[in-house]
Ligand binder design. Structure first.
Ligand code: SAH
Length: 372
């Protein structure tokens, strides 16, 4: 297209490749194929990509191998923490200057990382900060994995308050629409869930892929035979309102999206998460709760109600506590499992839908900012 720069791809990285592909590359570089396995152990098990740490590799080929298979993909630009350091958001700069964010949330029994799958997002949901900026580009599988490795490394080194730890859960709820970057997201899921040292060894059941409802991609995911959890960002039970809140609904309607979700649930045996951001006077009416309950009752589903995190310049706000409670009660009364999502990280613009680089500092008293 005239006037548009040729898209460039991120450098190839070990985490873009499956074990057989890695061995082929190691052999191409003139060494034994098992060098690839050694590198994988350094990256996925020891969480290092520094050639100086790789004393089991011959000194002469260390730099070459690491240079070709472990290029540094993401550079931290800024780190924001809150909740006594238990929530931390990192702003990353990619090789081409694209900015993305990831969030680490430490809870007593688990550590969840919220990762980005694209720089920006093309889905244009009007209540979401990322949606306002449009899509910059897809991330590579390794750029997605690198966000997790960075969090895992910080935990392993005891840099997160609460002692040494591990990443237990991954949610694809950062920037981007994961199913619009299907191939890279799938590869990233494999690297995250392949057993150590081929991958990070996180259980598939602890990975959640969240989507606006790209029906053909949900069906494709169903056929993969994975055990990952599917989350569908529904936000309205009726097409009229969902056409506005989630514009891709004009292409795939509520009934089609839920049809694909139920097939996913049947194939995997796993409950689908239905995400519903409660927006005052927009989608939080009692009758909409009843209509939603009608769609979900008896299905393998769980509703996550998220008080809207208002984005800058938006006229929309979170629902009142009373209407939230009523919405929740109406779903529960019909036997629909429902919880209200916590809004961790809202002070650092790190809560759902707020990820939109560059980070703004909301309240410097409660937040610790480190420009890196
Ligand atoms: N594109 C994917 C994943 C990224 S968003 C998706 O839409 O599912 C992760 C979740 O945060 C989605 O459910 C999204 O609808 C929700 N979200 C976006 N903006 C929000 C906001 N301002 N307040 C609350 N939730 C929001």
């Amino acid at each position: 297209m005239p006037g548009r720069a040729t898209p460039t791809r991120p450098p190839r990285h070990l985490a873009d490749l499956d074990p057989a592909e890695r061995r082929a590359v190691a052999a191409e570089l003139g060494g034994p194929a098992f060098r690839a396995d050694q590198l994988a152990r350094h990256y996925f098990a020891r969480l290092t990509d520094d050639p100086a740490d790789m004393t089991d590799l011959p000194a002469a080929s260390r730099d070459q191998l690491a240079g070709r298979l472990l290029p540094r993909l993401l550079t931290p630009q800024q780190e924001l923490t809150c909740d006594e350091g238990m929530t931390r958001k990192t702003l990353w700069r990619a090789f081409d200057g694209a900015l993305i964010e990831s969030v680490l949330m430490r809870y007593p029994q688990r550590v969840t990382m919220c990762v980005s799958s694209q720089a920006g997002c093309g889905m244009a949901c009007p209540f979401c900060a990322t949606g306002q900026a449009g899509l910059t580009r897809n991330l590579s599988a390794a750029e997605i994995v690198a966000q997790v490795v960075a969090g895992a490394r910080a935990l392993a080194r005891g840099e997160v308050p609460g002692g040494r730890g591990r990443v237990s859960n991954i949610v694809f709820m950062g920037m981007g629409e994961p199913l619009a970057n299907y191939a890279s997201v799938l590869r990233a899921v494999r690297r995250i869930t392949d057993p150590v040292p081929d991958g990070l060894g996180i259980s598939q059941r602890s990975v959640t892929v969240s989507t606006v409802g790209l029906v053909p991609a949900i069906r494709r995911l169903t056929a993969e035979g994975l055990q990952v959890r599917l989350a569908v960002s529904l936000h309205a039970p009726d097409d009229e309102l969902r056409d506005e809140l989630v514009p891709v609904n004009r292409r795939w309607k509520v009934a089609e999206v839920l049809g694909a979700a139920w097939d996913y649930a049947a194939a995997t045996g796993r409950r689908v998460s239905i995400e519903y951001a409660l927006i005052k006077d927009i989608n939080d009416q009692a009758w909409r709760a009843d209509e939603l309950a009608g769609l979900l009752a008896g299905r393998l589903a769980h509703v996550n109600l998220i008080p809207l995190n208002p984005t800058p310049g938006s006229r929309w706000t979170a629902s009142e506590p009373g209407s939230m409670r009523e919405f929740e009660d109406r779903l529960a009364a019909r036997g629909v499992p429902v919880t209200v999502r916590d809004t961790r990280g809202s002070q650092i613009d790190g809560a759902c839908g707020q990820l939109a680089a560059p980070a703004r500092v909301a309240d410097p008293l409660q937040i610790s900012t480190q420009v890196l």
